[in-house]
Design a protein around this ligand. Structure first.
Ligand SMILES: C[S@@+](CC[C@H](N)C(=O)[O-])C[C@H]1O[C@@H](n2cnc3c(N)ncnc32)[C@H](O)[C@@H]1O
Length: 240
C-alpha cells in the first residue's frame, strides 16, 4: 500500500483496512466518507498519536484544518478533551461528510467537533488549549506557533511548503538544509519563549514534510490546579 498516495479513499477500499485496531477502524470510516486522499489519513493518524502520547486533555484547536480529520482523531484518542475546534479559512464542502462518517462510528463525538470557517488570525486561543496544525503552508505555521505562544498554549505543528522569503533561517543554511534551518529556528523560538520542545518525525514513506515540532510552556498550569477558574473557562468555550 502506498501511504503517500494522493488518490481518494473510497468505500470500495475498506477491505484494505480489515483489522480490529483503532487505525483500521478510522481508515474504514474515512473510506466510507470518500472525501480524503490516503496520504492525509496517514498524516493525521501519525501526528495525532504522537501528540497524544505527550499531551492529554484541553480543547483541541486544529488550525488550517482542511477537512478536520486531525481534530476528530485527537478526540478519539483522548476523550478527556471535551471539544475540538476545526478552523480553516475555507472549509471544504465535503468536510461534513467526513465528520458524519466518523461520528456515526464514534457517536460520543457528536456535538463536540466545531467547524469554524475563519482565518487563524481571528480565532481566540485559551491557555489550556492544545493547538495542532498539519501542513499549514509556509509562514502560516509561524503564525500558528505565534498564536499559541501568546497564550502559552501547547502546540504541535507539522510544517510544509517552507517559504524562505517569509520564514527565517537565521543564517543556519551554511550548516544545514534550508527547510531544516527554518524548522530549527521555530524550535528555538519556542524554547526562547519558555517552552519545553520535543521534535519527532513521522514516517517519510507518508510525506517528506514529516518534521513534527511540539512544545509545552514550562510554566503551564495543569487544568486540575485551576478548578476555581474552570467555570469561567467553560463559559468562554461555549461562547466561541
Ligand atoms: C495544505 S492544507 C492542510 C489541510 C489539513 N490540515 C491537512 O493536513 O490536510 C492548508 C490549509 O490551510 C488553510 N489556510 C490557509 N491560510 C489560512 C488562514 N490564514 N487561516 C485559516 N486557514 C488557512 C487552507 O484553506 C488549507 O485548507
Amino acid at each position: 500500500m502506498i501511504k503517500s498516495s494522493k488518490n481518494r479513499l473510497t468505500p470500495q477500499q475498506q477491505p484494505l483496512f480489515p483489522g480490529n485496531n483503532l487505525f483500521d477502524k478510522i481508515a474504514r470510516a474515512v473510506c466510507r466518507a470518500g472525501t480524503l486522499p490516503r496520504k492525509e489519513l496517514h498524516e493525521a493518524w501519525e501526528m495525532a498519536k504522537r501528540v497524544r502520547r505527550k499531551y492529554r486533555g484541553g480543547r483541541v484547536m486544529d488550525l488550517a484544518c482542511g477537512h478536520g480529520l486531525l481534530a476528530h482523531i485527537m478526540l478519539i484518542l483522548d476523550d478527556s478533551s471535551q471539544t475540538a475546534v476545526a478552523v480553516d479559512k475555507k472549509i471544504p464542502l465535503n468536510a461534513g461528510k467526513l465528520s458524519k462518517a466518523l461520528i456515526s462510528t464514534w457517536p460520543r463525538l457528536k456535538n463536540r467537533i466545531i467547524y469554524k470557517q475563519v482565518p487563524v488570525q481571528e480565532i481566540t486561543i485559551f491557555p489550556d488549549d492544545i493547538v495542532v496544525s498539519a501542513h499549514a503552508c509556509g509562514a502560516l505555521t509561524d503564525l500558528i506557533i505565534n498564536r499559541a505562544i501568546e497564550q502559552r498554549a501547547r502546540v504541535a505543528v507539522l510544517p510544509c511548503c517552507h517559504n524562505l522569503k517569509e520564514s527565517s533561517t537565521y543564517g543556519l543554511e551554511g550548516w544545514m538544509e534550508k527547510t531544516l534551518a527554518v524548522d530549527t529556528v521555530r524550535a528555538m523560538k519556542l524554547r526562547s519563549k519558555g517552552y519545553q520542545v520535543a521534535t519527532q518525525i513521522i514516517p517519510d514513506d507518508i510525506t517528506p514534510k514529516n518534521r513534527l515540532l511540539m512544545g509545552e510552556h514550562l510554566k503551564r498550569q495543569p487544568v486540575e490546579k485551576k478548578k476555581s477558574q474552570n467555570s469561567l473557562y467553560q463559559t468562554k468555550i461555549n461562547e466561541q
